[in-house]
Design a protein around this ligand. Structure first.
Ligand SMILES: [Zn+2]
Length: 52
């Protein structure tokens, strides 16, 4: 599921930048920040809690 910076995260997890692969962790209900390199598009989410 793709996501954009500024959207609310529907689940807690680590979002992977679609452009550079940088990872940003966001909690459920919080806004997704920009990637540290300034990108706003995230391609996938991983590392959801309780998923190990
Ligand atoms: Zn990026």
């Amino acid at each position: 599921m793709a996501a954009q910076a500024g959207e609310k995260a529907q689940k807690t997890g680590v979002f992977h930048c679609a452009k550079c692969g940088e990872k940003v962790s966001v909690k459920e209900g919080h806004k997704i920040p920009k990637c540290p390199n300034g990108h706003t598009e995230f391609g996938s989410r991983t590392d959801e809690p309780g998923n190990r």
